[in-house]
Design a protein around this ligand. Structure first.
Ligand code: ATP
Length: 448
């Protein structure tokens, strides 16, 4: 049976409305009418995205002793893209409707007899190749000799530096190099909110292994590690799949490939691709540059080109996935027997933009406000906190909508006995605990 689609739980309209209302994601250049394929992350979205990238970085780099960090430039020598194949083969095929001028990716149109937009019959131009790389010009002259590209992936910066990296990091295969950074693609049809962008961020791991017969083990280990990562941060397993590419679906040089896909409201969409790319990338740069990019093994005094396992994940698509997967509309009955409905984002506590919100029960009671602000300030070095005051019901609703795991309320009892109310986002249960030991109490519950 097909897993429950996200559309049965949430629509894209609900997600985009929440993202705007609560400051997760805004249209880029909104006051000028926006620009297609570009989005901005608001105060909460910027923190969520940073947390997602940090979670990837922690698991892929910091918790391993065999992966090193890298950060290459966005604009590189144009020959990098000649060698990689992007100049000659990084195309989508596009066709236009001659009547309504709508542009389509040819592979997105199953039937070309009639324009799905305006209904005209046989109105399409011939298919044309369209290179997806964005161009720019370096220096004052805008001629072909000054033309360069904005990188369409971060990986090539690692390949062309392979020798610098392994020599300075004193690593020998198997070892990996990881990088998170912006990439640009002139997508013909950007859309589905932040799923298909023209400017986006990728988290890429290039893991180099010797050709000793254990390369497929390394491939499978990375697949398992990535599976565990999505599970650890709470993505529902029935809405995530690891689709194994057939030989016909893989590039000719790839020995194995898996697409990680999420069941979005519009259907399955790729979040990440994990591939065994053989020696293709290093070979291509050796061939065009004429430079040696082989690994020199001091022990055996031999040169060889390592095989490459790559994991390439889109951070914007991953953030969108966490937003959609965490979203829930929930009906419940309040203590007075009244039926209420709330929207809640069930973010993993490590990803939640705000982890602990601290409220003063009343706005106009200085003794409560001062106490609540002091509690928030004391928690701030350890948790991502927010201070607020006023109607507690409304404050809870707002924090539920931004996915805050815990709300702490300072009330008159606090002034008497030093206790505060801690309310749990998921169960909505409230517990009183001592303000003095609140830090330890919250830490224990966040790590549960
Ligand atoms: P698609 O088939 O969706 O165009 P792709 O197969 O070209 O993607 P890759 O080149 O494998 O994508 O890039 C690795 C990852 O980078 C993708 O899994 C995706 O998460 C992300 N990515 C690629 N293109 C875009 C884009 N236009 N907008 C946002 N993320 C992207």
């Amino acid at each position: 049976m097909e897993a429950a689609t996200s559309a049965q739980r949430v629509t894209m309209e609900e997600i985009t409305a929440l993202a705007k209302r609560r400051g997760f994601i805004f249209q880029s250049s909104e006051i000028y009418g926006g620009i297609n394929g570009f989005w901005d992350y608001g105060p909460l979205g910027a923190v969520l995205k940073r947390n997602v990238k940090d979670a990837w970085w922690r698991d892929t780099v910091e918790l391993r002793d065999d992966v090193v960090a890298f950060d290459s430039s966005i604009v590189m020598h144009p020959l990098v893209w000649k060698a990689s194949g992007h100049v000659d083969a990084f195309h989508d095929v596009m066709i236009d409707c001659k009547v309504c001028k709508h542009r389509f990716r040819a592979d997105h149109l199953s039937d070309r007899s009639q324009c799905p937009d305006c209904g005209s019959k046989n109105s399409f131009t011939d298919p044309r190749n369209f290179n997806l790389m964005m161009r720019t010009w370096i220096g004052p002259m805008e001629d072909t000799s000054a033309m360069a590209y904005l990188r369409p992936e971060t990986a090539q910066g690692i390949f062309v530096n392979f020798k610098n990296i392994y020599q300075t990091a004193r690593k020998r295969p198997p070892f990996g190099v990881a990088q998170i950074g912006k990439s640009f693609r002139n997508e013909i049809t950007p859309g589905n909110f932040t799923f298909r962008l023209r400017e986006f961020e990728q988290a890429e791991l290039e893991y180099f292994v010797p050709d000793d017969g254990k390369d497929m083990d390394a491939f499978r280990e990375w697949v398992e590690r990535r599976k565990a990562w999505y599970a650890q941060y709470g993505i529902a397993s029935e809405r995530l799949r690891f689709y194994e590419l057939t030989e016909a679906e893989r590039p000719h040089y790839a020995r194995a490939g898996i697409d990680v896909e999420y069941l979005f409201p519009w259907g399955w969409g790729e979040l990440e691709s994990i591939a065994h790319r053989g020696t293709y990338d290093l070979d291509a740069h050796v061939k065009l540059s004429g430079k040696d990019l082989q690994f020199f093994d001091e022990a055996t005094k031999s040169h060889y080109t390592p095989l490459l396992i790559e994991s390439s994940a889109g951070m914007d698509r991953t953030v969108l996935t966490f937003l959609i997967d965490a979203y829930e509309r929930e009906r419940s009955v309040d203590p007075n027997g009244k039926e209420t409905e709330r929207t809640v984002l069930r973010f993993h506590p490590l990803l939640a933009p705000v982890q602990v919100a601290v409220f003063s029960l009343a706005r106009n009671k200085p003794e409560l406000v001062v106490r609540a602000r002091a509690i928030e300030a004391a928690l701030r070095p350890v948790f991502r906190t927010q201070y607020d005051e006023g109607n507690i019901g409304q404050l809870y609703r707002r924090q539920d909508e931004i996915g805050t795991p815990f709300c702490v309320t300072v009330d008159y009892e606090t002034l008497d006995d030093g206790s505060v109310t801690v309310r749990d986002r998921d169960t909505m249960r409230q517990e009183r605990t001592a303000a003095d030991t609140l830090g330890a109490y919250l830490r224990e519950r966040l790590e549960r």
